[in-house]
Design a protein around this ligand. Structure first.
Ligand SMILES: *[C@@H]1O[C@H](CO)[C@@H](O)[C@H](O)[C@H]1NC(C)=O
Ligand SMILES: *[C@@H]1O[C@H](CO)[C@@H](O)[C@H](O)[C@H]1NC(C)=O
Ligand SMILES: *[C@@H]1O[C@H](CO)[C@@H](O)[C@H](O)[C@H]1NC(C)=O
Ligand SMILES: *[C@@H]1O[C@H](CO)[C@@H](O)[C@H](O)[C@H]1NC(C)=O
Ligand SMILES: *[C@@H]1O[C@H](CO)[C@@H](O)[C@H](O)[C@H]1NC(C)=O
Ligand SMILES: *[C@@H]1O[C@H](CO)[C@@H](O)[C@H](O)[C@H]1NC(C)=O
Ligand SMILES: *[C@@H]1O[C@H](CO)[C@@H](O)[C@H](O)[C@H]1NC(C)=O
Ligand SMILES: *[C@@H]1O[C@H](CO)[C@@H](O)[C@H](O)[C@H]1NC(C)=O
Ligand SMILES: *[C@@H]1O[C@H](CO)[C@@H](O)[C@H](O)[C@H]1NC(C)=O
Length: 863
């Protein structure tokens, strides 16, 4: 049994280092003098009055990878090892150097073992294994790294606690769990045995243990119940996990296969996880239906979903490499209507879907393992697919036809673009060799969202059905093999060759994608319409987009151009992407008949567009008079672009406000989500718009006028469906960030009603409540509420910092000018006047007295 596993392990190891050199870097692998093949871990957990700890007997099977190895270095931290606790066996002989067996340097986290005789190097002809045996004890505490203790209220008593052991080994924490060879690329087989003490003598009771493999059998001896686990597949250390508690479980099975999700929680709380549990299995069903593959399970054995209670530091989301033991902080996946906000539900559904997509795309628990050469690409693909499945899930209302990403696509793009403009931001290709866990945390969102956004763009260039068909066929064809970006684009080229030839002037997906993955940042296209000739000429030129004035170089992204025109009777080129533009400026003819042209149909292109003044004015006019002539995705795109171009100093304030002036009529949640993310760009420090306190105030006043009608509408309805709740939550967030008094009043009223048990919507605007009144949260916050408080404090802190770092500036010579004479909706006018603040400050500005307004208290401060 064991021999067979070792053989497989070594075989794969050799395959890696000698034939598939680009998966495991040769030197790195060969440079290690010793290579671990199997870890056998026997754990004796103790939850005692005198402490929480486990004893462990560890047997590591190793091979020597170099001649004359006389010492073995392991990574180990915070263990207690007795002087006779380590042995190294060559067959029956202990070859440890008895006078000086080992040195354990806890500070450096190294355990060096000295040998009496050198190890014989492993080769095809000399299959020599050695066994390192280490006995140690590990004490556990709360809030530690790697493996830690977590406590939760006892089942039967308010004053007593129950405890559990949990692990978080990714990225580099396995050395806290057991001594190991902490190279993230080393893969080994893990065999766990857990010994649970029978005689409990009234001690805290725990009998659930979970590891990264399935249970094999349970046996009994005099003192212990022994749970024996099957050997795991070949995995890296960060994919290992261990859980020990008194939790109980519930399971659901998927419609089409034996895939099962088991949820674990304290018995009394199990029902609070029902939502995420059922949601997970629905997504698995959707994945099977998408893949049209009802015979292939996602993973061998069940997926265990474990909420870890208590404030657990560092547990924000699932571990990237986990597939059968998914842990997250309990408050991040629990759904208690009284506390859980719609935004939190949005986040928890996204994260679980993303994790299930990672599992579907390839995981160690597959029957035949699929490996990705570029793990950043897998992360991006998982993110794209997560939003795709969220769209199909459709807040629980499923429909037969395939739905388009739309709002989620824009969200991905705007999240990525918010990060992807600084000079130092790397290109996606530069993560080529990194494992997913090695991608620095500050770039994770960039990698996932940008790759996802670019895939969305690709889906829109080629036909959406064709794209998904090609994607599924490709993933299926590579099961049990390697997946790489190259082979993916080649497959896509073949599947979509007709679209590409027709639309892109012969460019292939490979060429086009390459240009986006290889370069950092994204472009802005400047559109110049030469209206003095017939037909009109449209001139396109691209350069790097940037909020400040550095590095605004010409770029040569291959951008498939799709556009639509206002007067589109004879527009042959509309509705499909047509040209790719590269480095040179590109001019084409199109008769616009005094109308506008809009680039970036459906907003799916990963770029921004700036137009000439005449075209902008025509667009603004249409938005004002007949906004539905432009679909909501394009409106969302325009709104976000206008904020960005203003902040980048490419549009002046008056012009920007003129285009955005229509927003008071806007009722689309997609556009408002885009406006919220656009508004937040105003606080980009060092941007070329030279933001001042006066300007900022002007923007606030402007946005208050625009958002107040939708605010009034949303807060007057009690619609408790998913999307209206999310929309309301976003609108309230924006309105409260603007310090609009009625919003503050609304939020405090909702809070009071909530305390009296008369309102259940408070969680949805709780973050805004914390934002506007940081000192009012006098009640003890539970972890669900605490999360909102942190987010609010961070947002407020960032805004305060920005505000205190910009100059006061001077009032603009002209007061706020609206381009039309139209009056705001009556209700709004009333509110503004009742509020009073706006008009007073406004007149002071006109008088030009040097005052500024404290953003948060709205007090006027004379300086
Ligand atoms: C690899 O070998 C070089 C030179 O022999 C040595 O300096 C380096 O520390 C080794 N790296 C590892 C990870 O063992
Ligand atoms: C753990 O204990 C509970 C309650 O005593 C029992 O129902 C359950 O079967 C036990 N589980 C195992 C794995 O022994
Ligand atoms: C599901 O499990 C049952 C029982 O273990 C087995 O008989 C059946 O073949 C499995 N079905 C699939 C689709 O794997
Ligand atoms: C949801 O997730 C996003 C992105 O990770 C984060 O910025 C936001 O604060 C989260 N919101 C909540 C309510 O947890
Ligand atoms: C990986 O990226 C680095 C840095 O961008 C580059 O030097 C190297 O050639 C790339 N390797 C491959 C295989 O593309
Ligand atoms: C299309 O390809 C032709 C020939 O390769 C080239 O002359 C032309 O400039 C290309 N057009 C665009 C829009 O790239
Ligand atoms: C911002 O200030 C710089 C330097 O004073 C000036 O060149 C630039 O035109 C200003 N930008 C705007 C949008 O006013
Ligand atoms: C915060 O508390 C103050 C004083 O207790 C009160 O006037 C104010 O309305 C509260 N704010 C909110 C948003 O509840
Ligand atoms: C909240 O309390 C802190 C410290 O007690 C104080 O510095 C701050 O001004 C208060 N903020 C508001 C809005 O009252």
């Amino acid at each position: 049994m064991m021999g067979e596993n070792i053989f497989r392990a070594v075989f794969i190891f050799c395959l890696f280092s000698f034939t598939k050199g680009n998966i495991v870097v040769d030197e790195e692998c060969l440079n290690y003098t010793v290579y671990p093949v199997q870890y056998e871990i026997n754990i004796y957990p103790h939850m005692q009055v005198n402490g929480f700890y486990y004893d462990c007997e560890l047997i590591i099977t190793i091979i020597a990878n170099a001649p004359n190895v006389r010492e073995i270095t392991l990574d180990a931290k915070d263990f207690e090892i007795e002087s006779a606790g380590i042995k190294v066996f060559d067959g029956p002989h202990n070859i440890i150097n008895t006078p000086r067996p080992f040195i354990f340097d806890n500070r450096k986290g190294k355990l060096i073992i000295y040998l009496r005789e050198p190890l014989k190097m492993y080769s095809q002809y000399n299959k020599q294994f050695y066994y390192i045996k280490i006995s140690f004890r590990k004490f556990l505490e709360e809030g530690k790294q790697g493996i830690f203790l977590s406590k939760h209220n006892d089942e039967n008593s308010e004053t007593h606690y129950s405890y559990l052991f949990a692990t978080r080994l990714s990225p580099y924490q396995a050395k806290y769990f057991f001594p190991c060879f902490a190279n993230p690329r080393f893969e080994a087989v893990f065999k766990f045995k857990v010994y649970i003490l029978k005689q409990l003598n009234g001690l805290p009771y725990a009998n659930t243990s979970l590891v990264i493999a399935e249970q094999q059998r349970i046996t009994n001896d005099n003192n212990y119940i022994i749970i024996d686990y099957k050997p795991s597949p070949q995995v890296c250390l960060h994919q290992v996990g261990f859980h020990y508690s008194g939790f109980v479980s519930d399971r659901v099975k998927s419609k089409h296969t034996n895939d099962t999700i088991i949820i674990w929680a304290p018995a009394k709380e199990l029902h609070d996880y029902k939502f995420i549990h059922n949601y997970g299995i629905m997504i698995i069903d959707l994945i099977h239906e998408y893949a049209k593959d009802n015979n292939r399970p996602l993973v061998q054995g069940p997926i265990n979903l474990i909420p870890v209670p208590g404030p657990v530091s560092g547990m924000y989301g699932y571990e990237i490499g986990s597939w059968n033991l998914l842990t997250d902080s309990a408050h991040r996946i629990v759904k208690i209507d009284q506390f859980t906000s719609i935004q939190q539900i949005e986040n928890m559904t996204f994260e679980l879907t993303q994790q299930l997509c990672r599992i579907w795309l390839g995981n160690p628990g597959e029957i035949a393992r699929t490996r990705w050469k570029e793990e950043w690409f897998k992360e991006g693909m998982a993110t794209y697919l997560a939003y795709f499945f969220l769209t199909q899930y459709n807040y629980g209302y499923q429909s037969q036809e395939r739905r388009h990403l739309a709002a989620y696509g824009l969200r991905m793009k705007h999240k990525a673009m918010a990060l992807d403009w600084q000079y130092t931001t790397p290109a996606l290709y530069s993560f080529n060799q990194s494992l997913a866990i090695e991608i620095p945390p500050e770039y994770r969102e960039l990698v996932t969202m940008k790759t996802g956004a670019i895939l969305w763009m690709l889906e829109n260039w080629v036909d959406s059905d064709k794209f998904h068909q090609a994607l599924v066929n490709y993933i299926k064809s590579r099961r049990g093999k390697y997946i790489s970006l190259d082979s993916f684009t080649t497959a896509l080229d073949q599947a979509t060759i007709d679209c590409l030839h027709q639309y892109f002037n012969g460019s292939t997906a490979t060429r086009i994608l390459g240009s986006w993955f290889r370069r950092p940042g994204y472009p802005v296209i400047n559109v110049q319409v030469l209206r003095d000739r017939q037909p009109n000429a449209v001139q396109l030129k691209q350069r790097l987009f940037n909020f400040n004035r550095d590095n605004r170089i010409d770029t040569d992204f291959l951008i498939p151009i799709s556009y639509m025109v206002q007067n589109n009777k004879n527009c042959y080129n509309c509705y499909q992407p047509r040209f790719t533009i590269g480095a040179q400026s590109y001019t084409f003819s199109e008769n616009l008949n005094d109308g506008w042209i809009l680039l970036n149909r459906k907003g799916s292109g990963y770029y921004r567009v700036n137009y000439d003044a005449v075209t902008w004015r025509l667009i603004a006019k249409t938005l004002k008079e007949d906004m539905n002539a432009i679909d909501e995705l394009n409106r969302a795109q325009i709104v976000n672009d206008v904020f960005a171009l203003y902040v980048a100093g490419d549009l002046d304030v008056q012009f920007a406000m003129e285009i955005l002036d229509y927003l008071d009529k806007e009722r689309s949640h997609i556009v408002w989500e885009s406006a919220l993310s656009g508004y937040e760009m105003l606080t980009t420090y060092g941007a070329a718009c030279n933001m001042t306190k006066y300007l900022y105030k002007e923007w606030e006043d402007f946005m208050i006028k625009k958002v107040s009608p939708i605010f009034t509408q949303m807060t007057n309805t009690q619609d408790n469906k998913y999307l209206p709740r999310l929309f309301r939550s976003n609108v309230i967030q924006l309105t409260c960030e603007l310090n609009y008094r009625p919003c503050n009043r609304h939020v405090s009223t909702v809070y009071r009603e909530y305390r009296n048990g008369k309102n259940t919507y408070f969680p949805d605007c709780r973050m805004s409540y914390f934002y506007i009144s940081p000192n009012n949260s006098t009640w003890p916050l539970n972890p669900i509420e605490q999360e909102d408080k942190w987010i609010a404090d961070e947002k407020r802190g960032a805004k305060n910092w920005f505000y205190s770092h910009i100059s006061v500036g001077e009032p603009r010579p002209m007061p706020i000018v609206m381009s039309t004479t139209e009056k705001p909706v009556a209700a709004v006018t009333e509110k503004l006047h009742a509020d009073g603040a706006s008009s007073i400050e406004y007149s002071i500005m006109i008088l030009g007295i040097a005052v500024f307004v404290n953003v948060f208290t709205r007090e006027l401060i004379e300086i």
